[in-house]
Design a protein around this ligand. Structure first.
Ligand code: SF4
Length: 193
């Protein structure tokens, strides 16, 4: 008897639009953590994701209505937390940041305004780099504001808990500015495994 292996959803280009899906809800905010990228980080978990990866690490945040609305108070708190010398930067994850672009772009722009490039911005996404290149304008704008992108769905079949900052071997840690400049994926130069 064959067993059906469930796969994540695979959207057509521009099929999923933040303008139609996002409720601008936040599942969680964690200041001063050490696990969502390099250094001490502040992590914003946005609500809503349609990839539905079997084995997703944060199933509740697949719901676009989960949690609380993003607020100016939260944004001001994040900026204050990021201003600490020992904080390296912000991490966007979820849920799917690229289906919550209003919140993520607004916050990322403010970080660039307040801190320039002295704080870095990491983001996780279920989209692959190639998929994002043919996606909607808002997704491309968010990509242009990010320093490091961990791309691709979580795939149970390629699960590997020994990997740096990612759950399955198909996912990559990408240097976004270098990749945009060279028009091809450039892997983060501090990759160990
Ligand atoms: S892309 Fe990430 S948040 Fe979305 S279902 Fe997959 S593992 Fe979960």
């Amino acid at each position: 008897m064959s067993r059906t292996i469930k796969e994540p959803n695979n959207p057509m280009p521009k099929e999923w639009k933040a303008s139609e899906l996002s409720q601008n809800f936040i599942a969680d905010y964690k200041a001063f953590n050490f696990v969502d990228g390099e250094g001490v980080r502040c992590s914003l978990y946005v609500s809503g994701c349609k990839f539905m990866c079997p084995g997703c690490y944060n199933v509740v945040a697949q719901n676009f209505h989960y949690g609380q609305p993003y607020s100016q108070e939260l944004e001001d708190q994040i900026i204050e937390d990021l201003s600490k010398d020992y904080v390296q930067g912000l991490t966007l994850l979820g849920g799917e940041p690229f289906l919550n672009t209003d919140v993520c772009i607004q916050l990322s722009r403010r970080i660039r305004k307040e801190f320039g490039h002295t704080k870095d911005i990491w983001s996780w996404t279920g989209y692959t780099w190639d998929e994002l290149q043919v996606e909607t304008e808002d997704k491309l704008e968010l990509l242009s504001l990010i320093d490091v992108l961990v791309d691709g769905r979580f795939l149970e079949a390629e699960k590997d808990l020994t990997l740096q900052f990612r759950g399955s071997a198909n996912q990559r840690i990408i240097d976004v500015p270098k990749s945009l400049a060279q028009d091809e994926v450039v892997i983060w130069d501090k990759l160990v495994r």
